[in-house]
Design a protein around this ligand. Structure first.
Ligand SMILES: [Zn+2]
Length: 247
């Protein structure tokens, strides 16, 4: 019997027929898997919780040809507390949708899977501002898609991006999503999102330490956050609907 067991998280779901759902699972070893979850909307179905967004666990799938269906799931995490906070929930749903768009069937991506789970854990149980958490996710995702943002040198002329002292707070660089990184003060000419020295150091911290950089000082302004969203989303070639729902 072609049964497969894989770790996975539900990144998308759609009701189907009277009691079923189509799930989009993200598996670290199998990439995107579309699987039918039969009868899961019946009140007493053992698959009810396994068919919800964010549900993470060991999914047993029955596969015939191109089609997969969920047999059972040993749930390890549901990120349930996210539901109590609209802002953090919106950020979580945004991260799920980005992964649903980024991951292809049959494409292993252990690092993105771990980044997603750690991001959700920070949103669900951590204290950091949701925008800062998602900012790290966006830069990590962009890197894992093969477009590591260039933040040490100007993407146009190659000059090092200098960060002066705090306090002298003019713009020292700009994040230009269309260029895939930072423009130096000489090249920016009104393009991209202006950055102070502190903001450049903040981005360097993210590139160096990923989610661990959340314990450093730093603030992600709404303008910088919008630029980081564009940086990642332009690599996905499809609109990310939940992007507009972020408060
Ligand atoms: Zn330059």
């Amino acid at each position: 019997m072609p049964q497969i067991v894989t770790n996975a998280i539900v990144v998308r779901r759609a009701d189907y027929r009277d009691n079923d759902r189509m799930l989009t699972l993200f598996s670290p070893t199998m990439g995107r898997v579309d699987a039918l979850c039969r009868g899961c909307r019946r009140q007493k179905s053992p698959l009810l919780a396994a068919s919800e967004l964010f549900c993470t666990g060991e999914y047993a799938l029955y596969q015939t040809g191109e089609r997969a269906s969920v047999v059972s799931c040993a749930i390890t995490e549901t990120y349930y507390p996210l539901r109590a906070d609209y802002e953090r929930l919106s950020h979580g749903m945004y991260a799920l949708e980005l992964c649903a768009a980024a991951v292809q069937p049959g494409q292993e991506n252990e690092r993105l899977f771990m980044l997603l789970l750690r991001t959700l854990a920070h949103l669900c149980y951590g204290e950091n501002d949701a925008r800062r958490v998602t900012a790290v996710f966006l830069m990590g995702l962009t890197s894992l898609l093969g477009f590591r943002p260039q933040v040490g040198r100007c993407v146009r002329c190659g000059a090092p991006i200098l960060t002066g002292e705090d306090g002298e707070d003019g713009a020292v660089a700009a994040l230009a999503p269309e260029w895939g990184g930072l423009l130096c003060a000489r090249c920016m000419a009104g393009e991209g999102c202006n950055l102070t020295s502190a903001q450049v150091r903040y981005l360097h911290g993210i590139m160096r330490r990923g989610l661990d950089s959340l314990d450093e000082e730093g603030e992600c302004s709404p303008e910088l956050f919008e630029a980081l969203k564009r940086l990642a989303e332009q690599r996905l070639y499809m609109p990310i609907r939940s992007s507009h729902l972020l408060p």
